[in-house]
Design a protein around this ligand. Structure first.
Ligand code: ZN
Length: 284
């Protein structure tokens, strides 16, 4: 099942994208895609509801704005430097255990919303990533049970301001949580749709030029390892997002580095998880 949310910012309603691409409004189901929905096996309940109500559900026009495909979760945890080539282009060592940082949930926007270069920024950069959506509360989860805690997967662009992230003191979160820095979607594919999350092609283009192209089989720490590892340090709640890191080809890695400017267009995609597109805007 592909979960979507659609409508004006802040007024999104839940929907489903069908196999043929048709989008239907499932607001009559009476629940949104939030912690309660994921934590109570909402996808199974929704599946049963759809068997009876799918044909009567209103069609969502294709030009309707897509919002983030879930209600703002309790946290976004990101894995840094999870592809060897990206660690090397960033001038950093391949980590011995997952590097973690937080991304503010207020950065979440719809998949095709504009990305706004923050006030004072000169180094806004892109990062295509596979994101995991947690389905079941996870605390001290062993490796072989990790996937039981995953509700689904979603495309994420982990926008990053490199001067805020690296040149300012302290943690990376300064350069990761700016407004609009987390376009999520177009949809959450439920876990049953993705046979092997550790073998998915992913790519990103800037103004039509392919800059990132890789496969999640190049992960240093795979999906199971990341879920199990993070759950040793904090409880993952249903709906929480783990972003699994980006492959090589970010702006920081070029010589000289390349950063975003107003008018640029960023497009990205992951096998089985659709594509998204952001236009770059100046802050004002
Ligand atoms: Zn990242």
């Amino acid at each position: 099942m592909k979960l979507i949310r659609f409508g004006k910012q802040g007024e999104e309603k839940p929907g489903i994208q069908l196999e043929d691409g048709t989008r239907i409004d499932i607001a009559a189901f009476g629940e949104d895609y939030d912690e309660h929905f994921f934590g109570t096996d909402g996808t199974t309940r929704l599946g049963h509801w759809l068997e009876r109500n799918r044909d009567e559900s209103p069609i969502v026009p294709q030009n309707e704005r897509l919002g983030p495909p879930l209600v703002r979760p309790s946290k976004i945890i990101c894995v840094g430097l999870n592809y060897a080539k990206h660690a090397s282009e960033s001038g950093m060592e391949v980590p011995k255990e997952p590097v973690l940082f937080f991304k503010a949930t207020s950065a979440i926007v719809g998949p095709n919303d504009d990305v706004v270069i923050p006030k004072g920024s000169e180094k806004t950069d892109w990062e295509v990533e596979l994101a995991i959506v947690i389905g079941k509360k996870a605390s001290y989860v062993p490796l072989d049970e990790a996937l039981d805690h995953v509700a689904g997967y979603v495309l994420h662009n982990d926008y990053s301001e490199r001067a805020f992230q690296i040149e300012k003191q302290g943690q990376w979160c300064k350069g990761k949580g700016c407004d609009t820095f987390a376009p999520i979607g177009p949809f959450i594919a439920t876990a049953d749709e993705i046979k092997d999350p550790n073998a998915l092609d992913l790519w990103l283009k800037l103004n039509g030029e392919t800059l990132q192209q890789s496969n999640t089989s190049d992960f240093i720490f795979n999906v199971q390892e990341v879920v199990s590892y993070i759950s040793q340090f904090m409880t993952l709640l249903p709906g929480d997002i783990i972003s699994t890191g980006t492959p090589a080809g970010v702006g920081l890695g070029f010589d000289p580095p390349r950063y975003l400017k107003p008018g640029d267009v960023v497009e990205l995609g992951i096998e089985g998880l659709g594509t998204s597109k952001q236009e770059v805007k100046a802050y004002h």
